[in-house]
Design a protein around this ligand. Structure first.
Ligand SMILES: Cc1cc2nc3c(=O)[nH]c(=O)nc-3n(C[C@H](O)[C@H](O)[C@H](O)COP(=O)(O)O)c2cc1C
Ligand SMILES: [Fe+2]
Ligand SMILES: [Fe+2]
Length: 405
């Protein structure tokens, strides 16, 4: 291949050969305004080993980077940490060039890969099924596999390179961030981007996160570098992202209240703004978040650290706007922990928006701290006073929240 794509040596004879997806703006409906990267790694040893691949439309760039180090046809081993196509959809390209390469994957990953890539000859690929504790000798180096079921798919695993103390963490510890830099000490927003990634992808999986942290402790693994599947690599104090995962998985919050709403003619919006006034009058941070003017991925990131939310829901055709309904359905799937909420909104006759939001939040396991405020058409002075008082009470709850640091 003639392309001018080059690898980055991340440790002696270990190369990043991934791709940067600068134009990615939507990752299975998760807004990614800063793009992402799909990180594959090449280890040069007696056995030449590729860890993960990239999204198929960018496979040429990965192959071009590999070619600068070694003939891709010489790859002996491929580690497939995860079935999801952002890491596996170039596998068939690699296998086409390496009929004899062996693929190391969990049992579930092997089955899942063949369900995706059977038309590309997956059934004839040489798989070795691995589990936690399996060690693979590459010559001078050894890979140890760690199964991480439901972090974030049943098939997921991570791979530890013992001699270099590198954890190839696939979908753990990453960020959706396109950058010309490869390492966390070269950018200033790695942790912030990692929290958005955690909130949107891993929030439902706090138990598997704790399981992984426990396994790492039990296996007595020292980690000098976390080579993620997305975004930048943690080489400067990788313990910081492990600590952050522990904090996020335990549901730790900071005292703030989010007011999340949608409105057709501005009545619910007026209420929302006055709820914010009430919150801030108590010196507690508040954020006003319109559901059609903010990226939901950003709102979800805020929810990760907020103990209290207020949902403003107007009524249309006996129910909520689709933005409110969609957002609450999305939130339900993310199973946020230890959250408290109240609902408010304007209606014209039969109502329905507030009731819907309350019942959706209850089904999500969010504690409704008081009955919703519903007002007919435009809010009057008394209505707005009630909204301000609601804000004051929510601020008090946020400031007393026990789960914060
Ligand atoms: C297309 C449309 C459908 C509506 N359907 C209902 C309804 O089924 N029940 C109801 O109580 N109000 C209904 N309303 C009235 C609104 O809920 C009411 O105007 C409310 O004040 C809007 O609050 P907002 O300004 O925050 O959007 C409807 C309004 C519109 C524009
Ligand atoms: Fe994934
Ligand atoms: Fe991924």
């Amino acid at each position: 291949m003639e392309d001018e794509y080059y690898p980055v040596e991340i440790s002696e004879n270990i190369y990043w050969v991934g791709v940067i997806d600068w134009n990615l703006r939507d990752f299975h409906a998760y807004a990614t305004p800063k793009g992402s990267s799909y990180n594959s790694y090449l280890i040069l040893d007696d056995k030449i080993t590729l860890i993960d691949t990239v999204k198929d439309h960018l496979a040429d760039e990965m192959i071009s980077r590999i070619e600068k180090v070694v003939d891709p046809a010489k790859i002996d081993y491929v580690v497939a940490n995860h079935v999801e196509p952002d890491h596996s959809s170039s596998l068939s390209r690699v296998m086409k060039m390496n009929q004899n390469a062996k693929i190391f994957a969990t049992k579930r990953a092997k089955d899942g890969l063949c369900q995706y890539y059977r038309p590309y000859g997956c059934d004839s690929w040489d798989f070795e099924v691995v589990d936690t504790g399996y060690e693979l000798d590459l010559g001078k180096r050894t890979l140890a596999f760690i199964e991480t079921p439901m972090l974030h798919w049943p098939d997921s695993m991570q791979t530890y390179l013992k001699e270099d103390r590198i954890l190839f963490s696939n979908d753990g510890f990453g960020q959706h961030l396109a950058s010309s830099h490869r390492f966390n000490d070269e950018v200033d927003n790695a942790l912030e981007e990692a929290s958005e990634y955690y909130a949107n992808i891993l929030m439902p999986f706090s138990k598997p996160v704790f399981n992984l942290l426990e396994k790492v402790e039990k296996l007595n693994i020292e980690i000098d570098m976390i080579a993620t599947g997305h975004g930048i690599i943690w080489r400067d104090n990788p313990g910081q992202i492990i600590d952050a995962y522990r904090k996020w998985a335990s549901g730790e919050t900071v005292p703030k209240v989010l007011v999340i709403y949608d409105s057709m003619w501005g009545s619910t919006e007026k209420m929302a703004k006055v709820v914010v006034e009430g919150i801030t009058s108590k010196g507690i941070e508040a954020q006003l978040l319109h559901l059609r003017k903010n990226e939901w991925s950003m709102i979800i990131r805020e929810i990760l650290e907020a103990p209290v939310i207020a949902i403003g829901s107007t009524t249309i055709n006996n129910g909520p706007l689709h933005s409110v309904a969609g957002f609450l359905t999305h939130l339900k799937g993310l199973r946020p922990k230890n959250k408290k909420a109240a609902v408010f909104g304007s209606y014209g006759w039969g109502g329905g928006g507030v009731k819907f939001a309350e019942s959706e939040l209850e089904n999500t396991g969010v504690e409704i701290v008081e009955k919703g405020i519903q007002i007919k058409f435009g809010p009057d002075k008394e209505d707005l006073k009630a909204c301000r008082e609601l804000g004051i009470r929510l601020a008090d709850i946020a400031s007393l929240d026990q789960t914060r640091t």
